[in-house]
Design a protein around this ligand. Structure first.
Ligand code: RTP
Ligand code: MG
Length: 140
């Protein structure tokens, strides 16, 4: 396994898996030159999701988000590469899929399915500190 200066946690959310976009998303990550270091697919427990989204606890979208994220399998990816935390955020695009830029994962495949920004296909850690915390949660 190659040593990387930086790693991030990427999740293909349940909508991405259901819509058969896992391969497309992984291909974009690899095409950018990042490495898939580890990968797991499972339906996350409520306990894991509450810890993962602890920064959003108390917000109105928290409960629906945890419920949605536990509604089916997700693909968790440990992705390595130079400045990959910021780089994957740019591959993913803006949180809101309808206005995310074309060429990004959310911009190309995300739509407003009447449920606002919840079903936006992917998660990517928002800082190297978050990445370290989240990778421990999802990969131990
Ligand atoms: P992520 O954590 O999934 O990579 O997305 P993000 O940083 O772009 O967005 P964040 O603010 O961390 O929100 C986490 C996820 O919660 C859902 N969300 N819903 N107002 C709403 O209804 C709302 N705001 C956020 C989205 O699924 C978002 O990705
Ligand atoms: Mg976030």
């Amino acid at each position: 396994m190659t040593h990387h200066p930086e790693e991030t946690l990427v999740l293909v959310k349940p909508d991405g898996v259901r819509r058969r976009l896992t391969g497309e998303i992984i291909a974009r990550i690899e095409r950018k030159g990042y490495e898939i270091v580890d990968l797991r697919m499972f339906t996350p427990s409520r306990d894991l999701l509450v810890k993962h989204y602890e920064e959003h606890e108390g917000k109105p979208f928290f409960e629906p988000l945890v419920e949605f994220m536990g509604s089916g399998p997700v693909v968790a990816l440990r992705v390595g590469g130079s400045r990959v935390v910021e780089g994957f955020r740019s591959l993913a695009g803006a949180t809101e899929p309808t206005t995310a830029a074309p060429g990004t994962i959310r911009g190309d495949f995300g739509r407003d399915w009447g449920e606002g920004v919840q079903k936006n296909l992917v998660h990517g850690s928002d800082s190297t500190l978050s990445a370290e915390r989240e990778l421990k949660l999802w990969f131990g």
